[in-house]
Design a protein around this ligand. Structure first.
Ligand SMILES: [Zn+2]
Length: 305
């Protein structure tokens, strides 16, 4: 964990959503927030963890200094790689009683969606493993410095994943099951750094894990998104769904599905600004998702009942 002199837990919001009491804890450094955890309690809680790892934009000054990019080049990378407004795009999940983890740092600091071990991470060979060394154009972004990489992982990646694992554990402890909804967005055009260069990108990409995504859930979500007017592909252009390493392949009580929304549906991709249709799109996303969730998610059995 981070040293206490630079990092504090701040309970900065207690509110009510439906019948649930919501506690928001922001883990901060001296410069600003690192990530935010939302935990509901009470009858309206759901056995769901909403995860928005790429919504953040902040880059701490010391991390910025080690990047081999001028300000304009850095801003371009941030524009291209941020999953703009996905914290708001999926905010109906915590509003309905899901726990949530939202990254407040840019994925250019560390990418929480990658394996920390480069040997397991396919994007590492493109310079975009947990610590990016290459831009979306495959130009140098950072020096290849193992000591700096280790520092970034220990300072930012490890505490983030400890918080995610704890959140999943608390949902498991309460409900005996947990569904992770991994919320992302992607550019309408493929980036040179991406594996899949096909131009016929869908509106919604559903990412699945062969072990942790129940087949009926994936099928129901695919059908529901189509019913709600979206063009859908499964595991294309991006595959997979995040599961904490502690549970990956070993704990089938943890289910996971990734919902990737094409950014052009809700966002001006040249600026990152939301479009006027944002609220309408978010509502369609909410309705399509809830129509597909299994009974154990939408009507959870609380312990002791
Ligand atoms: Zn993403």
């Amino acid at each position: 964990m981070l040293p206490s002199r630079t990092c504090t837990d701040v309970a900065d919001g207690i509110g009510r959503v439906g019948r649930a009491t919501v506690r928001t804890v922001t883990r901060t450094s001296a410069e600003g927030p690192l990530f935010e955890v939302v935990e509901p309690s009470g009858d309206a809680a759901l056995p769901v963890v909403a995860h928005m790892p790429h919504a953040g934009t902040r880059i701490p000054a010391d991390v910025r200094r080690a990047m081999l990019l001028d300000d304009a080049a850095l801003e371009r990378q941030r524009l291209l790689l941020t999953d703009w407004h996905t914290d708001r795009l999926f905010d109906w999940l915590p509003a309905a009683g899901a726990s949530a983890l939202m990254n407040r740092l840019s994925r250019l600091v560390v990418d929480p969606e990658r394996f920390a071990d480069d040997a397991q991470e396919p994007m590492a060979s493109r310079g975009q493993g947990v610590v990016y060394t290459r831009t979306t154009d495959l130009a140098p972004m950072r020096a290849d410095d193992p000591a700096e990489r280790a520092r970034l992982v220990a300072t930012f990646f490890d505490p983030y994943h400890a918080a995610l694992t704890d959140l999943v554990e608390r949902v498991l402890g309460r409900f005996g099951r947990c569904l992770i909804v991994d919320g992302h967005s992607f550019g309408t055009l493929p980036l040179p750094s991406e594996v899949d260069q096909a131009l016929d990108r869908p509106d919604i990409c559903l990412g699945t894990d062969p072990t942790h995504t129940p087949t009926p859930l994936a099928a129901a979500m695919e059908a529901s998104f189509r019913d709600h007017g979206f063009r859908v592909k499964r595991d294309s252009p991006f595959a997979g769904a995040l599961v904490p390493l502690r549970h990956h392949l070993t704990d089938l009580r943890v289910a996971s599905v990734m919902i990737e929304v094409r950014r052009g549906l809700y966002c001006d991709e040249s600026t990152g600004e939301p479009l006027p249709v944002f609220d309408e799109l978010r509502e369609r996303l909410r309705a399509a998702t809830f129509a597909a969730l299994p009974e154990w998610v939408v009507r959870p059995v609380h312990p002791g009942r």
